[in-house]
Write a protein that binds this ligand. Structure first.
Ligand code: NDP
Length: 328
């Protein structure tokens, strides 16, 4: 028997429940991982509250974890029982002691990456990889705007930007979060609770504004983010922490300076095994060189996943949050 977190209808953190049942056996091409640490991500909140529909009910939750291969299905040769692995894009159900997923979704962990670090960095780090290295390939010397700079994705983005020689202006909601972002390598911060974001960007860039804005806040920041771009700049809208951006009048892009906009996802970039492996190599190299150090600021037992959701949704967390299965 093993413990799993599930929900039978969408709603607040209270819909999450722990159930005990016989774990599934891996089918052809699948592996079963005994999770030692599970990653908590804002996307899990969207699935739990119904913004991103789960394929069926009851549903598991979570797509990211790290642990040891416990069983392999027919035809799996890429990993063996006992291998240390991690994954970021599993099917829903990573909030569990055991998780079955396609072998193509797991990567073997290098010795220098422990399970907790892996669960804290895989999804968020691969996201930063595609945002800074693929969506808008930064070369160094640019000044960019990145929202939620003290959060999970943001903390990694600050460090990766510094490593690239990019001046990252990060938005935050408190002085403590500003300190954290600066320690992680932000070049400047803007506390949006008391400062006007476009005005501060104008000041910090000497009137030039920025070529790219990375916006995971969504509804609340859509328009102010467009106001921070210079002509023909790129708006990268990659999340909905405040709610989704809806009812967009496309003419606004022209009014605000012939702007570009994209709405990317990790699954849209790590969409083949080759691309996934190349992105993992890039991320692992950043970890090995020490240019990125993952800050696990919150740890919760798996059974308290609902409390972890409440903390993440109410802006109480910083850096990464992980869930620890009781059996690990
Ligand atoms: P974070 O740790 O960054 O938490 C979200 C942060 O957003 C908060 O701490 C808060 O920071 C800020 N925020 C601003 N407005 C709100 C609001 N109304 N409610 C809640 N938070 C708000 O989470 P993650 O690192 O897990 O994810 C960051 C974002 O990136 C999410 O939107 C997520 O969906 C997105 N994402 C997108 C991916 C993709 O491929 N498209 C992949 C991974 C993540 P502050 O208090 O400083 O404002």
């Amino acid at each position: 028997m093993a413990r799993f977190v599930q929900f039978t209808h969408t709603g607040g953190p209270e819909v999450l429940e722990v159930v005990e049942r016989k774990p599934a056996e891996p089918g052809a091409g699948e592996v079963r991982v005994r999770n030692r640490a599970v990653g908590l991500n804002f996307i899990d909140i969207y699935v739990r509250n119904g913004l991103y529909p789960a394929p069926g009910m009851p549903s598991g939750l979570g797509t990211e974890g790290a642990g040891v291969v416990d069983a392999v299905g027919e035809g799996v040769h890429s990993v063996r029982v006992g291998d240390r692995v991690a994954y970021a894009q599993g099917p829903l159900g990573a909030y569990a002691e055991l998780h079955v997923l396609p072998a193509g979704k797991v990567v073997r962990l290098p010795d220098f990456v422990d399970f907790e670090t892996a669960a804290a960095v895989m999804l968020k780090g691969l996201t930063v990889q595609y945002l800074l290295r693929q969506v808008y390939p930064l070369k160094g010397g640019e000044t960019i705007l990145f929202h939620a700079a003290a959060g999970g994705v943001g903390s990694i983005a600050c460090q990766w930007a510094r490593a690239l020689g990019v001046k990252l202006i990060g938005t935050v909601s408190s002085a403590e979060k500003a300190d954290l972002a600066m320690k992680n390598g932000a070049w400047a911060t803007i506390d949006y609770t008391r400062e006007n974001v476009p005005d501060r960007v104008r000041e910090l860039t000497g009137g030039a504004m920025v070529p790219v804005v990375y916006d995971s806040v969504g509804r609340d920041t859509w328009l102010t983010s467009l106001d921070c771009l210079h002509k023909r700049g790129l708006m990268v809208s990659f999340g909905n922490a405040s709610g989704p951006v809806e009812n967009v009048n496309i003419g606004i892009l022209n009014q605000k300076g012939a702007l570009f906009v994209t709405r990317p996802s990790l699954n849209g970039y790590a969409d083949t095994r080759e691309r996934f492996e190349a992105m993992c190599s890039d991320l692992f190299a950043m970890l090995e060189s020490g240019q990125i150090r993952v800050s696990i600021d919150q740890r919760y037992p798996l059974a308290l996943a609902g409390d972890a959701h409440a903390a993440l949704a109410s802006r109480k967390t910083t850096g990464s949050t992980i869930l620890i299965p009781e059996s690990s």
